[in-house]
Design a protein around this ligand. Structure first.
Ligand SMILES: NC(=O)c1ccc[n+]([C@@H]2O[C@H](COP(=O)([O-])OP(=O)(O)OC[C@H]3O[C@@H](n4cnc5c(N)ncnc54)[C@H](OP(=O)(O)O)[C@@H]3O)[C@@H](O)[C@H]2O)c1
Length: 352
């Protein structure tokens, strides 16, 4: 029995995920990495060639094989063949397509494939998951949703500030997600000035708090969380402002220490996100740091002993990549999880 991981989509998340899985194949115990490319586009040819060179195997829709061949790219499998022979499928397609693919394709192959994963936008796809937050909630799930990058960040901030002090310690969490307009790999959706979002969700504000509530619900917690979001005209990372109230008295030093001790949190004294991003270019995996958050330590402030304020930066693709790989290892090698995950430790930093 081979361990085959199939990634659907080669965009902002898919491309680095395929590369990471290929590069660490041996350490992670993966025999083959296959990937699905949707559009036969000339400008994407170097990307596909790069992924093939790193060991990935190309799958495309049967009716598009000739178009890929015209570009000089030789597909090995059709889209459905690649799903059928996979041990784990990771859907990294655009918003809504993960849910659609589940209905159209994945349900057909449920007895052959161990598990299907989808990303942040696919609310309702399966059990929400973020590494280090709810690993104990995973177990035999056929469908898993890797929560979004900002949901990872909020979740780990809640964990460090409130839940290390006991599961009943959180009073409330309020978050402002200050989002980058577009990824550096994207060529559209840039905005000329700050763009604010409505609070469409009566209880949670935006989907970020809703998603973090569902994430912690898998552990039986019912948290009082609310989020707001806006986009600003930068491409360098999201930032999050938080105001977390706790029951038990705490201090600046105690909270800072909890962030320092969390193995998936990086601390920084840098106040400009481009400097954090730039550190990733030199020291991360193809430019990415895989931490769940980079907390700006000097911004931590505890008011009246029970209200904690601070800012952090979100490694917007890194934390999703970390949880995606973690879920794969949980599924393929549950007994060797800790050992195999050490392969990612060079890309997890204590300080940026
Ligand atoms: N961007 C981030 O920083 C980030 C962070 C965390 C989570 N996520 C989540 O990751 C997921 C993917 O986002 P992304 O930013 O990587 O998107 P993206 O850059 O737009 O890439 C989407 C990919 O899906 C392919 N695709 C298009 N239509 C498809 C279909 N019908 N079936 C299968 N694949 C299709 C596209 O292929 P072609 O280009 O060949 O058409 C492209 O490679 C979303 O759920 C998102 O919420 C994104």
């Amino acid at each position: 029995m081979s361990n085959i991981v199939h990634v659907v989509g080669t965009g902002t998340i898919g491309e680095p995920l395929i590369g990471l899985l290929c590069d660490l194949r041996n350490e992670l115990g993966i025999d083959e990495v296959t990937f699905y490319k949707h559009s036969p586009v000339l400008t994407d040819r170097p990307k596909v060639r790069g992924l093939l060179k790193r060991g990935g195997i190309l799958a495309v829709r049967g009716e598009k094989v000739d178009e890929f061949r015209e570009l000089g790219l030789e597909p090995t499998y059709t889209a459905e063949e690649a799903i059928e022979r996979a041990s784990v499928v990771i859907d990294c397609s655009p918003k809504g397509y993960g849910l659609e693919n589940k209905e159209k394709y994945y349900k057909k192959y449920e007895d052959k494939v161990k598990a299907f994963l989808a990303q942040g936008s696919e609310f309702g796809f399966g059990k929400p998951y973020a590494v280090g937050i709810n690993d104990e909630a995973l177990g035999g799930d056929k469908y898993i949703q890797i929560v979004s990058c900002n949901t990872h960040n909020i979740a780990v901030a809640i964990k460090c500030v409130a839940l290390e002090g006991g599961n009943d310690n959180l009073v409330s969490g309020r978050f402002v997600c200050i989002r980058r307009a577009s990824d550096i790999s994207q060529d559209s959706k840039f905005i000329p000035s700050p763009y604010v979002n409505e609070h469409k969700d009566e209880k949670f504000g935006t989907h970020h708090a809703r998603d973090v509530w569902h994430l912690y619900k898998t552990l039986g917690l019912d948290l009082d969380v609310f989020s707001s979001a806006l986009k600003i005209n930068t491409q360098y990372m999201h930032s999050i402002w938080f105001d977390i109230r706790v029951k038990r008295e705490t201090s600046d030093e105690e909270i800072k220490q909890r962030f320092i001790e969390n193995p998936r949190v990086a601390i920084t004294y840098k106040k400009l996100s481009n400097l954090v991003f730039s550190f990733g270019r030199d020291h991360g995996h193809y430019g990415r740091i895989l931490n769940q958050t980079v907390v700006v330590l000097p911004t931590i402030r505890v008011r009246d002993g029970k209200e904690v304020f601070g800012f952090c930066f979100t490694p917007q693709d890194g934390n999703s990549l970390l949880s995606s790989v973690s879920a794969v290892v949980h599924i393929l090698h549950p007994e060797e999880y800790e050992e195999r995950m050490k392969a990612l430790s060079p890309f997890l930093f204590n300080e940026v």
